[in-house]
Design a protein. Structure first.
Lengths: 327, 87
């Protein structure tokens, strides 16, 4: 099987990573209001803290190393404290190495709080989001940043709506297959380098490296851009992987699945995927075999296993009974 | 050329699984050109579908034809037809 060039371990994310993410994805509106701050503190705990109790002066348990989210209640109370110049708890609060403070509902804190935070170089940002949505967005960011990823060699296509990862030795013709499949109206996800991430527990998603995107390379032709040659309708940014098809050079000494009752699997990122091995012989039309294998796999998912049903039919014929031997 | 007629004694006859075992073996021993003959129908043993088409139920008999003598091949196929070889 294809060796894995590298595996990304769980990333340690910093405040600046988070701000960069916000700028790229633009789904978490953040506006920094401090100027003198450090953005390199890491966000080890993938959770937030609502600091209501700590503003009251309770510090025996204070999750200071998380993002501190000030909702409307915390903001109102903070304002009162600042106006009454009761800054003892606030000073203690800000003496902890807090990585990041965010205010929801576009609430800007009192000037004296900002000054205190700047003394400790703690960044403060304001978001237009309501608190609940803000907390959700922060969790989404953490979910995205701790996703496990792997890089695989192969081709990723969407065939009749199913995500298929094509694997096989170099120059066996995977890319040519992809071209033929594109010509038949299927969609292209990635060629050569397929990034795979695991989301929602056990869902694998394949996507191209952002550098290569929709480009493919062919000996003798050079670089082509699938999006230009086949149109934007023929490309997909990412797709869930439902099937692995391994194309191998036909080897007469090897035993291949002749009837479809075997259940081969391939494990990527600890997720088992059904795998089909297609032997490539001279004059084989691999794309049509790939299409057929994909549809048959989909049929299986709907509960109809052709091989099993066919076997029942044979059993009925040769024994006059209706029970299947092979389960 | 070698021929041997065997009566199928496997309880459930030759369904998908045993047909696959025969076909797999025939593919591995291609040089023997293993064929099955029943009621004047001669088929290649390399194809699962061809074997199934002969409707080899328990009690029926089939003739195995090989291009050259090979005791091991006969023994193996006989084992499947008699239900003693199941894997």
């Amino acid at each position: 099987m294809t060796p894995l060039p590298y595996k990304e371990e769980q990333a340690v994310v910093s405040v600046s990573d988070m701000i960069a993410y916000v700028e790229a994805e633009a789904n978490l509106e953040l506006r920094l209001i401090t100027k003198n701050h450090v953005l390199t503190r890491s966000l080890n705990h993938h959770a937030v803290n609502r600091p209501g109790m700590n503003l009251f002066g309770f510090f025996r348990y204070f999750a200071h190393d998380r993002i501190q989210v000030f909702g409307r209640g915390e903001h109102k109370y903070l304002d009162e404290l600042c106006q009454k110049k009761e800054l003892t708890h606030l000073k203690k609060f800000l003496s902890y190495p807090i990585p990041f403070i965010i205010f929801s509902h576009n609430n800007t804190p009192h000037k004296s709080f900002i000054d205190l935070a700047e003394q400790h170089q703690i960044p403060i940002a304001v978001s237009s989001f309501p608190t609940l949505k803000l907390v959700h967005s922060i969790h989404n960011f953490f979910d995205d940043s701790i996703i496990v990823k792997e890089v695989h060699h192969g081709v990723m296509m969407e065939i009749y709506g199913s995500g298929v990862l094509l694997q096989g030795a170099t120059s066996i013709g995977k890319s040519e297959c992809a071209l033929e499949l594109l010509e038949r109206g299927h969609r292209f996800v990635a060629d050569d380098v397929v990034n795979i991430k695991r989301i929602k527990g056990n869902t694998l998603v394949g996507y191209p490296s952002p550098m290569l995107a929709t480009h493919m390379e062919f000996n003798g032709i050079g670089i082509i851009n699938v999006a230009h040659l086949f149109g934007v309708k023929s490309i997909l940014r990412e797709k869930e992987i439902e099937l692995v098809i391994c194309i191998e050079k036909y080897d007469s000494a090897r035993e291949y699945d002749l009837i479809g009752l075997e259940h081969k699997t391939h494990t990527i990122l600890d997720v088992e995927l059904p795998m089909i091995v297609i032997p490539a012989k001279v004059m084989s039309n691999i794309p049509i075999l790939i299409e057929t294998a994909t549809i048959n796999e989909r049929l299986k998912k709907t509960g109809y296993n052709t091989a099993k049903e066919f076997n029942k039919r044979i059993m009925k014929h040769i024994t006059g009974t209706n029970n299947s031997y092979v389960e | 050329m070698l021929e041997k007629t065997i009566t199928i004694t496997a309880t459930k006859g030759i369904h998908l699984q045993p047909a696959m075992l025969i076909s797999r073996y025939a593919l591995q021993r291609k040089e023997l050109n293993i064929r099955f003959i029943k009621d004047k129908n001669e088929v290649s043993a390399t194809s699962v579908m061809s074997i199934l088409s002969l409707e080899l139920s328990k009690g029926s008999s089939v003739t195995i034809r090989l291009d050259q003598e090979d005791a091991e091949a006969i023994h193996h196929i006989q084992g499947v037809l008699e239900g003693t070889v199941t894997e």
